[in-house]
Design a protein around this ligand. Sequence first.
Ligand code: ZN
Length: 140
Amino acid sequence: MKELHISTKKRCELVDITRQVQDIVAESKIKEGICHIYCPHTTAAISINENSDENIETDLMNFLNHLVPHGKWLHDSVDGNGDAHIKANILGSDKSMPITDGKLLLGTWQSINFCEFDGPRDGRKVIVTILRALQSSRAY
Ligand code: ZN
């Protein structure tokens, strides 16, 4: 299990963490298994999405802002981030994926993103846990 530390610069943004997660997988020397990526925050999430077009981030944020506008939620009276909690819940706090041949099994256009909904913040964390497969999938 390893921890990534992320700083965000905007209230809402995606941070591509694919390279850092892949480095942890490589360090583990595990060839076949599962990589679990978990965000221990209630106003951020983990997503997998296309990595080649910046408009994907804009479209996703526009969609979420349309669905969950800022500043109209009961929780806003506590700390003004009711929308961030809802957006984080919609996308979810974790993802997992297979490891094959020592690499994340990601599609050509897939990347792993830390999704900030209440930034900018220092000290955001992502917990990466790697589980070794008991038996190689090649046996089947
Ligand atoms: Zn809050």
